[in-house]
Design a protein around this ligand. Structure first.
Ligand code: MN
Length: 723
């Protein structure tokens, strides 16, 4: 096991006047917390946080990060609490430990590859502080190094997760060594036979050693100098996983992959690239078919470079890449550009690419800084803070903008789920629909096929998708309502002017009129009236002209005599109801009754009138009786959004009188869940039947909905709400 002194000594080499006490204190705390715990290897558990801290020191990270590395498993695996850690080590260390704990609690092992990118972003969003990510990567690296002791099923799961999530994360952060080691270890556990084969192949390759790399690097440097070309050379042995992907991509056996060593020459200008290429080819024989000019024909991801494979000084194949500084930057930081290329067509990936480039760049600066502390302490990864990542019940991840709510989530799942969203559970608990979601939340939507989008949702939804859908619904609903209203107006007004609108509609006259007025349909014409773009009078005048060619519509006919009240109607009066459903400004718990003259329905504009000793009477705002009441006793009232209590409404239906006419209408009413409170039926000498009902409806939409249905009945000539 590593000793704590080795770690503190390491830190002292790169930090001026380091706070080693913090690290030592963390060491003591961790040793006590994990006491008695062992790893699967049989070693004391303490060896793990020690190794993680050591990896972090090797990465030249600050004292807070190294201390957090020591403490990283205490909250999850021991009795220690985050408050305790904050008390002893301060907020900075506690925040890092907390971040690591949060990420560790999440298991991404079994998630589909398709989710990998979202998981990476979720981890970044949760990390908040880049140091959290560093500790997590060091943790994973040490766990991968000691994976031998895990059962083989676990080995595969952890390796798969590492390959899909953590190695790409390390790569994006520019931690190439970490990435390569992680990938090689993954290969070892996922494809043990391939790994073994490559391992032996590399070992037996006599040109794979560092000495050989130094020798070739020296020769190239010399050559550049002699030809007065400014440039630098770097060589490396390809790592096993990259050899494996090459074998896979090009369908080659290991014996066909000779260039296990690659050199990169970076020069000052484009001209020099080709000059160096010529020089290389003049001293070492090029292998035919291995020369690729990505400078004149860049790869789709903007990658530019000249590649060639030559027979090197010891008769071995070596790969050489030549490019300019600028091309190198694209190749290096272009991991982002690379990502962008792979995900092209996917919205937002361009912005993501920029953020990752930025993240890498700042990490590169960090390496050049004298004091890692000044940099680390100030660096927050707020790059992904304007997004939240949440889980579906099935474990898929949805990306949403910051502040998004369960309704946004519901629409992100499916527009139907959004439309019928009736409630939401976050992490198993019911929450209001407007609750902002947090990273890692598990969200479940409760749907109800009777529910519809609400205008109130617009106050809190964040996604354009949700907004559009809700507005669209409201618009359709308003249009439907305006059509119903228009019909009612036209029928009522038509009666006064001697035009039977319903009949005119059935006979196709309204359709013709709609065409004449360049409306695309009858509904369009009606909605024009409903939205007051056309007056009912104008429509009726035209209709009258069609029905009575040559005649002018009389200004106003005498309205027909009101139908005498039947006994049932007479007894019908609005019953006092509980005040639920009505909000009276400033007053609570007042006896409320609905005026029998106008029987207002939820959704309609209303006015309250304080009647002596009888509480507040609710009238429709346009009730003619209001004019005769005292103004001072009016109070402003509104519907409280409770729409499931039934309210009475009077309707009048005129139909041809035949056997079954009444039951036809009543069955329509009941099939729509409309309760008939009372009613009357009267047959007239003209062969028509007049039916009047007081029905109980929960809102205007329901009332107009059922009236629309009744109007469709062949024998019905009139179906109206009456007051
Ligand atoms: Mn750990």
């Amino acid at each position: 096991m590593i000793r704590i002194n080795e770690i503190t000594d390491k830190v002292a080499t790169y930090i001026d006047k380091p706070d080693l006490e913090l690290i030592q204190k963390a060491y003591i705390f961790t040793a006590q917390a994990h006491v008695g715990q062992t790893r699967l290897s049989g070693e004391p558990y303490l060896s793990h946080p020690m190794s993680v801290a050591n990896i972090l020191a090797e990465m030249n990270l600050d004292e807070a990060t190294v201390a957090a590395g020591l403490l990283h498993d205490t909250v999850e695996d021991t009795k220690a609490t985050i408050e305790e850690i904050e008390g002893l080590f301060g907020e900075e260390v506690a925040d890092i430990v907390d971040g690591v704990t949060k990420i560790s609690k999440m298991s991404f092992e079994s998630k589909a590859v398709a989710q990998a990118e979202n998981i990476r972003k979720m981890i970044l969003a949760m990390a908040e502080d880049i140091r959290v990510l560093m500790v997590k990567l060091a943790d994973r690296l040490h766990n991968m190094r000691t994976l031998d002791f895990q059962p083989s099923v676990k080995q595969r799961l952890i390796s798969q997760e590492t390959l899909e999530i953590y190695a790409p994360l390390a790569n994006r952060l520019g931690l190439h060594r970490t990435k390569r080691e992680l990938e090689d270890l993954c290969l070892k556990y996922l494809k043990p036979d391939v790994y073994e084969q490559i391992d032996q192949g590399v070992a037996s390759h006599h040109t794979s050693g560092q000495a050989y790399i130094d020798k070739v690097t020296g020769l190239i440097t010399e050559m550049l100098k002699e030809n007065e070309i400014k440039g630098r050379v770097a060589g490396r042995t390809k790592h096993r996983y990259s050899i494996y992907t090459k074998m896979l991509q090009q369908d080659l056996g290991l014996d066909q992959i000779f260039d296990l060593i690659a050199f990169r020459i970076i020069v000052g200008s484009l001209k020099d690239c080709y000059a160096v290429l010529g020089l290389i080819h003049s001293i070492w024989k090029p292998v035919t078919g291995r020369f690729k000019d990505y400078i004149s024909i860049p790869k789709a991801n903007m990658y530019q470079s000249v590649h060639t494979t030559v027979i090197g000084p010891d008769g071995e194949r070596i790969e050489i890449q030549i490019r300019t500084e600028e091309m190198n930057k694209v190749a290096e930081y272009g991991v982002a550009a690379h990502w962008q290329y792979k995900e092209k067509g996917k919205k937002g990936s361009n912005r993501d690419a920029e953020r990752f480039t930025w993240l890498r760049q700042i990490l590169d600066w960090q390496r050049d800084l004298q004091d890692p502390r000044e940099f680390m302490a100030s660096l927050r990864i707020d790059l992904f803070q304007d997004e939240v990542y949440v889980f579906t019940p099935r474990g898929d991840i949805k990306e949403l903008p910051e502040g998004a709510t369960p309704v946004d989530f519901a629409y992100a799942v499916h527009s139907k789920v959004g439309d019928q969203c009736a409630g939401a559970k976050v992490n198993g608990r019911l929450v209001p629909l407007g609750t902002p979601l947090k990273n890692g939340d598990r969200v479940e939507i409760i749907t109800d096929s009777h529910r519809n989008p609400s205008r109130d949702w617009l106050k809190f939804v964040k996604t354009a998708r949700a907004k559009t859908r809700i507005k669209q619904y409201i618009r359709t609903e308003e249009r439907d309502r305006s059509i119903s209203l228009a019909r009612e107006m036209l029928e009522k007004e038509g009666r006064k002017l001697g035009v039977n609108f319903l009949k005119a509609m059935k006979d196709g006259h309204v359709h013709k009129l709609a065409e004449e007025l360049s409306c695309s349909s009858v509904d369009e014409l009606l909605s024009q009236v409903g939205y007051a773009r056309l007056t009912p009078r104008k429509v009726l005048q035209k209709l009258y002209g069609m029905l009575h060619v040559g005649e002018k519509m009389p200004d106003e006919r005498k309205a027909p005599e009101p139908v005498p009240l039947t006994p049932a109607q007479a007894t019908e009066a609005a019953k006092p109801k509980k005040s639920e459903g009505i909000k009276i400004s400033g007053v609570d718990d007042v006896l409320v009754r609905f005026a029998s003259c106008c029987n207002p329905l939820p959704g309609e504009p209303i006015v309250g009138y304080i009647s002596r000793g009888r509480g507040v009477t609710i009238h429709a705002a346009d009730c003619p009786n209001l004019k005769e009441l005292e103004g001072e006793r009016m109070v402003s009232v509104s519907w409280d959004g409770v729409e499931d209590k039934p309210y009475p409404a009077k309707i009048r239906i005129v139909s041809r009188n035949f056997k079954g006419a009444l039951s036809q209408v009543t069955s329509l009413l009941t099939s729509d869940d409309v309760n008939i409170h009372s009613g009357s039926f009267q047959s007239n000498v003209d062969g028509n039947a007049v039916m009047e009902f007081t029905v109980e409806v929960t809102n205007l939409t329901q009332l107009y909905g059922v009236l629309d249905k009744i109007r469709l009945v062949e024998s019905v000539t009139e179906a109206l709400r009456v007051s």
